[in-house]
Write a protein that binds this ligand. Structure first.
Ligand SMILES: Cc1ncc(COP(=O)(O)O)c(C=O)c1O
Length: 379
């Protein structure tokens, strides 16, 4: 039997046609598809500007640079995330300061943020864990009071909604960063984007994405059309045209993808809610999750390894999201974090299992997964 992965891309013939069309065109990178994809992302999310980049990590790095994060600055983020959410702060010389999580959403707890703010605090990076939006209004009000920049790590959350807006609209933040890795809401293979409503940030992001090289019209006129000027230390974080062709095609299907995932979530709820030894993920009433992943919690952490190994034996590709970032050896060694620093995140980690959720998952596979979970937990 083939392994059922915890997530995977959903690519059809129309996606492939769009990529092939671009591969046959004059431009395979730095052509018209990039701007088209950026416009489509702006239109979908409601943000004024979008900058497509090589991957979500590059997007987070550029967002931190554009926000002016530098040596000595502290940036508050969640320990319950992929390492990229905190590494981007280190890339700029800043210090990641973690804040414990809400036990129902696994998102950063806004009330705990307040305790972590010091005179060195510069920004907050809330992470929309599993596609469930953070309480952005509260985070924004704390940020405004303390003059902090808010960069949403929205890697999981394209298509999610918070109150009256789509994630990525930046209604309650300065920037939002998406990832288009194959397990995300839509894919471009590798890829990402930074969204913002602020023109100053947009201009900096564009510059830094391309080596910090600017083309000043006046200077070009004076010197010649070859002229370019490196004004900042930027990077090559560009994305290609054929990736953006895939992104445009995928974005056209995102609502269908999320509807399909919501149907699967309902099936899981119906089939698994009677198991008394697990807790299922739920949405708060002011959000619509993009359901990036479906993470169940075992009430008894001591059986997690047993349940995990058994499900793997049945070819169910479960995962654990995430090992709290502060417990990673690098963070312990270089930043002095230790076990016990963030008890809610650590408790959640000890009990969590991610079970498969992606648009192509069939009802039969869902039934198979549920019946095996029941077999293991209810025997
Ligand atoms: C929360 C979070 N942030 C950032 C990233 C980095 O995205 P990418 O893999 O596109 O660099 C990921 C990737 O999984 C993620 O889960």
């Amino acid at each position: 039997m083939k392994l059922i992965p915890y997530s995977r891309q959903c690519i059809d013939e129309s996606d492939i046609r769009q990529v092939v069309k671009t591969l046959r065109s004059d431009w395979i990178t730095q052509g018209p598809r990039i701007n088209e994809f950026e416009c489509a992302l702006s239109k979908y999310t409601g943000a004024k500007y979008a900058v497509a980049v090589a991957n979500g990590t590059a997007g987070l790095h550029l967002a931190c640079l554009a926000a002016g994060i530098k040596k000595g600055d502290e940036v508050i983020t969640s320990p319950m995330t992929f390492v990229a959410s905190a590494n981007c702060i280190l890339y700029c010389g800043g210090k990641p300061v973690f804040t414990d999580i809400q036990e129902d959403t696994q998102n950063i707890d806004p009330e705990e943020i307040i305790d972590k703010i010091t005179k060195n605090s510069k920004a907050i990076i809330p992470v929309h864990f599993a596609g469930h939006p953070c309480d952005l209004k509260r985070i924004q009000s704390i940020a405004k009071k303390h003059n902090l920049i808010v960069i949403e790590d929205a890697a999981h959350a394209l298509g999610a909604e918070y109150r009256d807006s789509k994630i990525g609209s930046c209604k309650y933040s300065d920037m939002a960063v998406f990832s288009f890795h194959p397990v995300k809401s839509i894919t471009t293979g590798e890829g990402g984007a930074v969204l913002t409503n602020r023109k100053d940030l947009y201009k900096r992001l564009l510059l830094l994405r391309n080596h910090g090289i600017a083309k000043d019209r006046k200077k070009i006129k004076k010197t010649g059309s070859w002229y370019y000027e490196m004004q900042h230390l930027g990077f090559n974080y560009r994305i290609t045209d054929f990736q953006c062709a895939l992104g445009i095609s995928q974005l056209g299907k995102i609502d269908k993808f999320i509807d399909k995932k919501r149907k699967i979530v309902k099936l899981y709820d119906r089939n698994l809610s009677q198991i008394s030894t697990i807790i299922l993920p739920k949405e708060r009433n002011y959000v619509k999750s993009s359901w990036h992943i479906y993470c169940i919690r075992l009430k008894n952490a001591s059986v997690r390894r047993f349940v995990f190994d058994k499900l793997k034996k049945y070819h169910i590709g479960i995962q654990v999201h995430y090992i709290p970032v502060h417990l990673q050896p690098y963070y312990r060694k270089n930043l002095g974090y230790k076990k016990g620093d963030y008890p809610k995140a650590e408790r959640y980690y000890s009990k969590a299992i991610t079970i498969p959720l992606f648009p192509g998952l069939t009802n039969r596979e869902v039934e198979y997964i549920c019946s095996n979970i029941k077999r293991i937990l209810c025997q």
